[in-house]
Design a protein around this ligand. Structure first.
Ligand SMILES: [Zn+2]
Ligand SMILES: [Zn+2]
Length: 128
């Protein structure tokens, strides 16, 4: 596949592009299947037709954004939003530390609001 940030040819299992140092799937400039240039909001590659979202071609797998936000707001100190999104280990830690005395929960809450929170599979939360 090709690095989505710089278009460099990287191995299928690469976690970091040797040319630019970012995870190959982190960028949005190039198709990771055929190296065609894409626009940042393109859903599929115009050239080869593969999905450019999620890396596996499966849509709609992300957890619900609003549900996660509400869980974090009301039950975040118990790590419930982490359990919901599949981060079980972190959820347990937050449960035991009461959300890192609330600070961790607050940080998570902000990340959810700005839309950067990912579930355990690496999918962004879905705003329906
Ligand atoms: Zn790169
Ligand atoms: Zn392509």
């Amino acid at each position: 596949m090709y690095c989505r940030n710089c278009g460099n040819d990287v191995s299928e299992k690469a976690v970091m592009c040797v040319a630019c140092g970012t995870p190959p799937k982190a960028g949005d400039k190039y198709c990771d299947n055929c190296k065609a240039e894409t626009t940042s909001n393109a859903e599929i590659c115009m050239k080869c037709g593969v999905s450019l979202r999620g890396g596996r071609g499966i849509q709609g797998e992300g957890k619900d954004w609003l549900t996660t936000l509400l869980l974090c707001f009301f039950l975040g100190f118990l790590g419930v939003h982490r359990f919901y999104t599949g981060h079980t280990a972190i959820g347990v830690v937050q449960l035991l530390t009461l959300g890192g005395c609330g600070i961790w929960t607050l940080v998570d809450f902000i990340i959810i609001i700005v839309g950067n929170f990912k579930d355990a599979k690496g999918n962004l939360l879905v705003k329906r």
